[in-house]
Design a protein around this ligand. Sequence first.
Ligand code: MG
Length: 162
Amino acid sequence: MYRIGQGWDRHRLEPGRRCVLGGVTFPDCPVGPLGHSDGDALCHALADALLGAAGLGDIGRHFPDTDPRWAGADSLDLLTRVRGLVNEAGLVVENVDATVITERPLIAPASAAIRERLAGALGISESRVSVKGTRGEGLGPEGRGECVTVQAVALLRREASS
Ligand code: MG
């Protein structure tokens, strides 16, 4: 039995913020995602896709941005925790796919490193993790460089009961 879920997240990009996406830091990027946590919109969108597929609500329910515990949180750690919730529900991740829409940073050169980090958090092989980057072509807030937006889907499989 399979279950599918989708996630969407957007964070404003601000000068001087550490730029982290998919658990990978981009030290040369002059802007980074603003957020209560580290602002890693890719991890957030994936977490929401997993939670949606499992019928477990959303990331805001599990890690509210009003809770000081999650201030500056490492979102790759949050994604690992979400994977744990999914596993506790008897589900495992079959595969995930995400599209990162942003002018900066460039995703393609880092996609292998991002896939490795996400695969580790999700407990699956890198071949089951897809991350694509695209740009806003001058249109909308992404095209103006104001934000990073991420769309993600996740497929979960119910573990065969022994
Ligand atoms: Mg977010």
